[in-house]
Design a protein around this ligand. Structure first.
Ligand SMILES: Nc1ncnc2c1ncn2[C@@H]1O[C@H](COP(=O)(O)OP(=O)(O)O)[C@@H](O)[C@H]1O
Ligand SMILES: [Mg+2]
Length: 180
């Protein structure tokens, strides 16, 4: 039976408010326009369902990433492109996801902490600074930046649409998809 091209996972990692969800949402219609199946696996959304039982301690964050990676693996092996938008603060979790999924492109949304804190989409940095919440990534919980991401996007210099276009260009250049 004729099958389409194999899928692969685009894994966006970065601090809270870095722009992962925003860029993922710019990316999805562009992938679909090019004829791919694509699905958004957004960390916050999955925390409302599949990961609703998890907190923000290290073990919980690792479990969250493991679950998301499992879903992404199923999608990628069936020809879709799962676009994962997940803080995924630990290098070891991302390495495990890479191992599990196999076809894996790590995209570092490299927005500096000061910029993320200015954006503070959900007001969590403010709460963390005030001490009303704990385990906030970038404030009192670690974020380990990727050492060798396939792609790094700079949201200070580029708009979300430009970042999405940049990612597509890099995916072409790296051989993950044919040139449009
Ligand atoms: N160049 C940019 N790229 C991505 N997001 C940006 C950019 N400039 C401003 N923003 C804003 O920053 C916020 C990023 O939030 P979000 O995508 O939810 O972050 P994350 O999913 O990483 O926590 C959004 O409000 C978005 O509109
Ligand atoms: Mg998000």
């Amino acid at each position: 039976m004729q099958r389409g091209p194999p899928g692969f996972c685009i894994w966006l990692t970065g601090l809270p408010s870095a722009g992962k969800t925003t860029i993922a949402k710019e990316l999805l219609p562009r992938l679909v326009e090019r004829g791919w199946y694509a699905d958004l696996l957004d960390g916050d959304e999955i925390r409302r369902g599949l990961s609703a039982d998890l907190g923000f301690d290290r073990k919980s964050r690792e479990a969250h990433a493991t679950r998301v990676a499992f879903c992404a693996k199923l999608l990628a092996r069936n020809g879709s492109i799962p676009v994962v938008a997940l803080i995924s603060p630990y290098r070891s979790s991302r390495a495990a996801a890479r191992q599990e999924i196999g076809r894996f492109v790590e995209v570092y949304v490299s927005t500096p902490l000061t910029v993320c804190e200015d954006r503070d989409v959900k007001g969590l940095y403010k709460k963390a600074r005030a001490g009303t919440i704990k385990e906030m990534t970038g404030v009192d919980d670690p974020y380990e930046p990727p050492e060798h991401p396939e792609i790094t996007v700079d949201t200070v210099r580029f708009t979300p649409a430009q970042s999405a276009e940049f990612i597509l260009g890099e995916l072409e250049r790296l051989g993950w998809m044919p040139k449009a």
